[in-house]
Design a protein around this ligand. Structure first.
Ligand code: GDP
Length: 554
């Protein structure tokens, strides 16, 4: 295909025309910012593509993606990502969506999450930037480990969750069985808005549930070739639906009543409180149920709201500009080796060029180069509003969790880091590269690629890297070589568990077999243990020692 990327993938930036008339309140209320949480292969990339297709920003699905021959996500920056077919970086896709019968162009921000479980630490940070999450489940597989883990993060952060049961065009489980699994395993009450007509593998359409589970409408879908275009929809009354679909319809109608009998009807307050989850059955590949998801996001998902600062006071979207950095990344593109910080706007209007204050250093920060980024597409952003994600170029001092603001000072709480489970010592192969090595370590550390631990006995030349997943180490060694020209030697260490300790307990712990004490770059003192039995033994023998669990997602 010889078309340029621009042709294949036209800009997805939402139009900001008319924002002056709308005012800040109008801009906030028309925005929805969410992420998709799922296990690899559940169909997140396919759904992203389908959403963009429905927003009519791309004319044919398949244009954004091309992983493994079929599709490659635009967010495939790094060679490694491409080689593995996984997404390491997180960016945001923004598009306008006008719901049927509405005269408001909603602005949808879909914040991309890394797909591989080794990058759950990145995903955790992404989830600090969204107001809602879509939990995407494979109809044949049900809840999978990575979905569960990410769901726990949403619950922990109080993020409301919309559930999409995907791949209904393929044989899978019974609709209610999947709902029971959600209820039983994570204690989230599923409240379907739509039920499938036709069993998994015979997806004919959706029954829209009305008050008390009465069937309100039948939406019949027609397949298009390869799911490349929007599936035509036909709206039928329940009577015509029964005449047309016979048993497939009556089964769905009965299921709907059954759900009402057990109280599984949508309740907006319970949804926002994270107790219930609206459910949509879909096929991202065939574009079935995708419009329904967009309408649900617009109707039910919350618009950007207030965020508590470190003192617990709320910064409302109407306050002067403030934003949280949730992701820092460098070397995403070999053409421009820059460092990008992604911020989520919390309050006020952002205008490119405005000078903001970096709360952590008190220094001014000029926002001359502000971009929206999705995959390889970069576009300059001139104005942005609460809920939007903006990439700042060459933002050297910014790190995940940092705050930017104007006027009224504000600092948001730091983003907690995951408890590491993998440890490895890293050093430069050649002593002559020590300077570059140090610089690179500092950079990767501040980006949050890995946690960097040091102690006196290992010295500065051989810090210990701590990670949630071992693939984080590969990112480090690949970037050390590719960006900084430093060949490194990585030695895995036989530690599997870390606890936070203090200066009083550190010396005693350091004397124990199978234990080593480090200082993390944020100043935290960590004791690492070979295994949990070692830890339990020490806790039992020396109960006075401080050993606190680190924040874990699950
Ligand atoms: P991700 O890893 O979550 O991003 O998943 P992908 O979007 O890459 O999808 C994984 C595989 O499932 C791909 O082969 C897709 O074509 C396929 N897939 C995704 N959605 C659907 C769907 O709705 N129906 C069917 N039959 N296959 C799907």
């Amino acid at each position: 295909c010889s078309r340029s990327p621009r042709e294949r993938f036209p800009p997805l930036t939402a139009s900001t025309e008319g924002s002056a008339a709308r005012g800040l309140a109008g801009e906030v209320s028309r925005r929805r910012t969410f992420a998709v949480i799922s296990h690899p292969d559940a169909g997140k990339s396919t759904l992203t593509e389908a959403l963009a297709l429905h927003a009519r920003k791309i004319s044919e699905a398949g244009a954004i993606h091309g992983k493994a021959g079929r599709k490659s996500t635009v967010s495939d920056w790094m060679e490694m990502e491409k080689a593995r077919g996984i997404s390491v970086s997180s960016t945001a896709l923004q598009f306008n969506y006008r719901a049927a019968g509405s005269d408001i162009d909603n602005v949808i921000n879909l914040v991309d999450t890394p797909g591989h479980s080794d990058f759950s630490e990145d995903t955790y940070r992404v989830l600090t930037a969204v107001d809602a999450a879509v939990m995407l489940i494979d109809a044949a597989k049900g809840l999978e480990p990575q979905t569960l883990k990410l769901f726990q993060v949403c619950r922990h952060r109080g993020i409301p969750v919309i559930t999409v049961i995907n791949k209904w065009d393929r044989p899978g489980r019974a609709p209610l069985e999947l709902l029971d699994e959600i209820e039983e395993r994570i204690g989230l009450t599923p409240t379907p808005l739509f039920l499938p007509v036709g069993i998994a593998g015979d997806f004919r359409g959706l029954l829209r549930r009305g008050p008390e589970g009465a069937a309100a409408e039948y939406i019949h879908f027609t397949r298009t070739a390869g799911g490349a275009t929007i599936a035509p929809e036909e709206s039928l009354t329940p009577e015509s639906a029964e005449a047309r679909e016979a048993a497939a319809w009556t089964t769905a109608a009965e299921e709907s009543e059954l759900l009402s009998a057990t109280g599984q009807d949508h309740d907006q307050e319970m949804f926002l409180a994270g107790q219930t989850s609206p459910v949509i059955y879909a096929s991202a590949m065939l574009n079935f149920g995708v419009r329904q998801l967009l309408e649900t996001l617009v109707e039910l998902a919350p618009a950007p709201g207030s965020r508590a600062d470190t003192g617990g006071s709320p910064r409302t979207p109407q306050d002067p500009f403030s934003a949280v950095v949730f992701k820092v990344q460098a070397g995403m593109d070999t053409a421009h080796r820059d460092r990008l910080a992604f911020m989520r706007i919390v309050s006020g209007e952002f205008e490119r060029g405005m000078v903001v204050t970096h709360a952590q250093t008190g220094r001014p920060f000029a926002t001359k180069y502000a971009l929206t980024i999705f995959g390889r597409e970069r576009e300059t952003v001139d104005t942005a509003y609460p809920g939007d994600v903006v990439g700042l170029v060459n933002a050297t001092a910014l790190a995940p969790g940092h705050t930017l603001f104007v006027d009224k000072k504000v600092e948001f709480p730091p983003i907690p880091s995951f408890a590491p489970e993998h440890f490895a010592a890293l050093r430069a192969r050649s002593a002559g590269k020590y300077k570059q090595f140090r610089k690179a370590i500092d950079q990767l550390d501040s980006e949050g690629v890995v946690q960097v631990l040091r102690n006196d006995s290992r010295g500065d030349a051989s810090p210990v890297l701590a990670a949630v997943g071992p693939m984080q180490f590969e990112v480090v060694t690949a970037r050390m070589q590719g960006e900084f020209g430093v060949e490194t030697q990585l030695d895995h260490l036989a530690y599997t568990i870390a606890r936070r300790t203090d200066a009083d307990s550190a010396p005693e712990l350091d004397r124990q077999r199978g234990v080593e004490v480090f200082t993390r770059s944020d100043g935290a003192i960590l004791a690492v243990f070979s295994d949990k039995w070692r830890l339990q033994y020490i806790q039992k023998e020396m109960p006075k020692l401080t050993l606190e669990p680190l924040v874990a997602a699950a």
